[in-house]
Design a protein around this ligand. Structure first.
Ligand SMILES: *Cc1c(COP(=O)(O)O)cnc(C)c1O
Length: 453
């Protein structure tokens, strides 16, 4: 390196010095001081390398701006509130069901102080971590008993580990599905030590396929809801009731229902209570899909089986904490009292007139002719009604920019807006915008569209 290069290196600012600048201290609350310090150090290292490869010293201001850009990128990766304009109500990428504000407020004290999570207030001794969730949930779905774990994948894993290990589990070839990222029925089964006995074909599985596969080694028949697709046309499968009636003593009928449809009327969906009434011994489902609670998995059904599952060592590994217990109790009570409408049902009940009113009041705030209302559709998502579309309205942005660029710009807004592209047009679906978010959406769109007009 020449002399001027060494001089440039000597001018590199010290990290501590940079960190005193107001422009960086402003990021401490959002990222922590040590993380901002690391991003600063990385930036200085990079500048050092460019100087060593012969470039000029860029100046303190450029270095500072480059650190701020890194801080901004890092802060965007934090989990934060965004606006779901996708038209998919329960979207795993977008955190599934929003928790009701009332439930959130009621759960505050339990979470910010101490609680009786595992204390029996009657005796003062160690109690069971179950609260009244099994009581509430059993009432909601008509089950003898219930168990809550971290998610539905854990629920299925626990059932197979505790009741299927080393034995045969019969699964239809039409139900060997993959749900979301990484939840594959055959792989989960293999992990639990249960042996999968495949029966039937992709589209047709008869009662005789199941009964023909039964042996003294059969632990259970596992029925899996084809959460995110539907096989149409030439298809057949036995009714749960027929299957239940055909099973010998000691063979369990287990249903991974998935979406957690309980009392709602979602076209094309069988409810948890339907499966129980039809004779399933155990049914598992998610707590943060149709039910509208925080992330959790439920197993409901026969009391002796639920108790066996509760005692299994794996249950200790997948048990939820106080945050989930408190929020779920609130969600279930509101549900049983019909105080709160579950998010999916609320969306399905939205009338076109209401959507039009919301859309028109939004449009009224925008530059004329920058957007218009178009007919579209909404889906429930979350593994429910995979084949059903319900009518909705969307705002179509009428900007000449490339749709992909516009979509990226919407994601960069504060809060980010997640829209979709259809036939090259950018659409914001009104059905999945929460009513209280409409002013935020209007303000964001106004900013974006005013810049462009
Ligand atoms: C969603 C779903 C799962 C996974 O549930 P998580 O709560 O995400 O673990 C498993 N099975 C079915 C049928 C589902 O719909």
């Amino acid at each position: 390196m020449n002399k001027s290069g060494s001089r440039s290196l000597a001018r590199l600012p010290q990290i501590e010095k940079l960190l005193q600048s107001g422009e960086l201290t402003a990021w401490f609350s959002r990222l922590s001081r040590p993380l901002v310090a690391r991003l600063t150090a990385e930036t200085i290292e990079e500048v050092r390398a460019t100087i060593q490869s012969g470039e000029d010293y860029p100046g303190i201001e450029a270095i500072l701006q480059s650190v701020i850009e890194r801080c901004r990128e890092m802060a965007r990766r934090r989990i934060h509130h965004l606006i779901n304009a996708t038209g998919v109500m329960l979207h795993t990428n977008l955190g599934r069901a929003p928790i009701s504000k009332a439930a959130w407020r009621s759960a505050e004290a339990v979470n910010t102080g101490f609680s009786n999570l595992e204390l029996d207030l009657q005796t003062g001794k160690r109690g069971k971590r179950r609260g009244i969730i099994p009581d509430l949930l059993s009432l909601l779905v008509g089950a003898q008993d219930a168990l809550m774990v971290n998610n539905n994948a854990a629920a299925v894993f626990l059932i197979l580990s505790a009741l299927g290990k080393g034995r045969e589990v019969i699964v239809s070839r039409g139900e060997q599905v993959q749900i979301g990222g990484g939840f594959r029925i055959p792989e989960i089964l293999a992990q639990t030590g249960a042996r999968m006995m495949e029966v039937g074909t992709t589209n047709i599985t008869h009662l005789e396929d199941y009964t023909g596969a039964l042996s003294s080694d059969t632990a259970m028949i596992l029925i899996v809801h084809a959460s995110n697709f539907r096989i149409r046309g030439f298809t057949a499968r036995p009714e749960i009731r027929e299957l239940a009636a055909a099973l010998p003593e000691g063979v369990l009928l287990v249903v991974d229902q998935g979406s957690g449809t309980t009392t709602e009327s979602i076209p094309g969906e069988q409810s948890v209570s339907h499966y129980l009434k039809s004779g399933a011994h155990l049914v598992s489902f998610s707590g943060d899909k149709v039910l509208g609670g925080p992330q959790a998995g439920f197993i409901v059904g026969k009391r002796d089986l639920i108790q066996e599952l509760s005692r299994h060592p794996l249950n200790r590994v997948i048990r939820p904490g106080k945050t989930i217990y408190s929020l779920m109790e609130e969600a279930l009570i509101a549900r049983l009292n019909r105080d709160a409408e579950p998010p999916v049902e609320a969306v399905l009940k939205l009338s076109m007139e209401e959507l039009r009113t919301r859309g028109e009041s939004l449009l009224a705030e925008l530059v004329p002719d920058s957007a218009r209302l178009v007919e579209s559709s909404v889906t429930t998502g979350g593994g429910s009604a995979p084949d059903e579309c319900f009518p909705s309205l969307s705002i179509e942005l009428q900007i000449r920019d490339k749709a992909q660029i516009l979509l990226a710009e919407l994601r960069r807004m504060d809060p980010p807006i997640i829209a979709t592209i259809e036939d090259g047009r950018v659409l914001l679906n009104l059905a999945t915008l929460l009513p209280e978010e409409l002013p935020q959406v209007a303000a964001a769109l106004k900013r974006l569209l005013t810049q462009k007009s």
